[in-house]
Design a protein around this ligand. Structure first.
Ligand code: APR
Ligand code: PHB
Length: 392
């Protein structure tokens, strides 16, 4: 057995694990990130791309925001449409703040590229990662690499290993201590090197189902349409996708739609999942290992950033100032924000999708709500302040 000692063992090298690894290393706290997959695999995952201030602040604090500043697209507004009406919400005017459109994959890449020069220790292709003794103050993480067994002794374990990782599963009550809502549809997403149809991100509720117009740059678009859970990607040719998207975005937006070959196409189901506790003894959960939001509103990465902001501060204060308040309050503080973001994701999902079981009453409520939003500065402000991200 090869044994190493560190302060914090981090499981998972997605955005949560990498942000935490960088913030701790910057503060002089030793850590090691253990990741099951290869670097290339981690970078091949396509995810959402709307960054709230809390994500921008983490990247700025790390001094890793130069590409983000150069290539990210600051957005002053967001659009809600329903096939006829197009409601432009002036997010900047109503809140004084903005979001920045920049792919999550690019954030991951910026963090990965800076890891070696900053001494952020990472182990990729680690098999059989397991957590031990985290009810005590001397936990450890074991794994195998190239068939060799390894052990990391540490003071804390950070479970940043996403929804399917071992950290949450190791917690007491892992099968019962959660709240979940599964939506009866998924999103079919397409990435294409064509200029985006809208300057702002546009959410559209059409008779035939939801559609979303988003982008990664001025020459790369990201579009989604709501599809049934039984739909298969193979049944969606590019042509069929573009035709359906054009109808659902409505005539005004579709008049600017440019089509082209897809470079990625996939279907993801929508669900909300919130685990009851983000700490047990010396084990902390952060990001997708503790909670999942439906993508409507693009809160997933931003919640990972707020978790990591709280958790890094708590761990730094524990080692530097011998203070335990931060670690004791972490779960409560992080979950408070998780529930509020989940509420907004649920609200926007409910407002903008067609529910297979939904009757006429539900549909009339959507129309009434959209009409109310169109005419009310207060309603638009509520959406805008949630869209840019609630304060930490
Ligand atoms: N051992 C080690 N690493 C693991 C294991 C394991 N057994 N299981 C999973 N992992 C790794 C995954 O391979 C992945 O790289 O943990 C990482 C988790 O990364 P993400 O799933 O990206 O989760 P997180 O870092 O919390 O990022 C949250 O990602 O899923 C989106 O919408 C979500 O935007 C949000 C963000
Ligand atoms: C995206 O650009 O991928 C995106 C944007 C907004 C969302 C979800 C995804 O709500």
């Amino acid at each position: 057995m090869n044994t190493t000692k560190t302060d914090v063992a981090i499981i998972g090298a997605g955005p949560s694990g990498l942000m935490l690894g960088h913030l701790l290393t910057q503060a002089g706290i030793n850590c090691i990130i253990v990741e099951r997959k290869s670097p290339d695999y981690v970078l091949s995952r396509i995810r959402a791309g709307v960054l709230e201030q809390c994500t921008l602040q983490v990247m700025e604090k790390l001094g890793l925001d130069s590409r983000l500043k150069a290539e990210g697209l600051p957005h002053d507004g967001v659009i809600l449409a329903d096939g006829e009406r197009v409601i432009e919400i002036d997010v900047k005017g109503l809140t004084g703040s903005q979001v920045v459109v920049y792919g999550q994959t690019e954030i991951t890449k910026d963090l990965m590229d800076a890891s070696d020069s900053r001494g952020v220790m990472r182990v990729y292709d680690a098999d059989d990662v397991a957590l031990h003794n985290f009810e005590t103050e001397a936990p450890c993480v074991t794994y195998t690499k190239n068939g060799e067994p390894h052990r990391i002794d540490c003071r804390f374990i950070a479970g940043c290993d996403g929804f399917h990782g071992p950290s949450r599963k190791a917690m007491p009550g892992s099968n019962t201590n959660y709240v979940e809502k599964v939506y009866p549809f998924g999103w079919l997403g397409v990435l294409a090197d064509v200029p985006p149809a809208t300057h702002e991100v546009a959410y559209s509720n059409h008779d035939r189902g939801f559609a979303l117009s988003s982008m990664r740059s001025l020459t790369r678009s990201r579009y989604y349409i709501q599809v049934g859970l039984d739909e298969k990607v193979e049944d969606w040719s590019d042509e069929r996708f573009w035709d359906e998207l054009a109808v659902r975005l409505g005539p005004e937006i579709s008049s600017k739609l440019v089509t082209g070959p897809s470079i990625e196409k996939s279907i993801a189901p929508l669900r909300s999942f919130i685990f009851g506790s983000m700490r047990h003894g010396s084990l902390f959960l952060a990001g997708d290992s503790a909670h999942i939001v439906p993508p409507t509103g693009a809160k997933g990465l931003n919640l990972a950033s707020s978790d990591i902001t709280y958790l890094s501060a708590a761990i730094i204060s524990y080692f530097k100032e011998k203070q335990s308040d931060g670690i004791n309050l972490y779960s409560e503080k992080a979950l408070n924000r998780v529930w509020k973001s989940s509420r907004f994701s649920w609200y926007l999902t409910t407002l903008m999708h067609r529910f297979p079981e939904g009757g006429e009453f539900d549909r009339k409520m959507q129309v009434a709500e959209l009409e109310y939003i169109a005419g009310s500065k207060a309603a638009q402000t509520t959406i805008a302040e949630n869209y840019i991200g609630l304060p930490l």
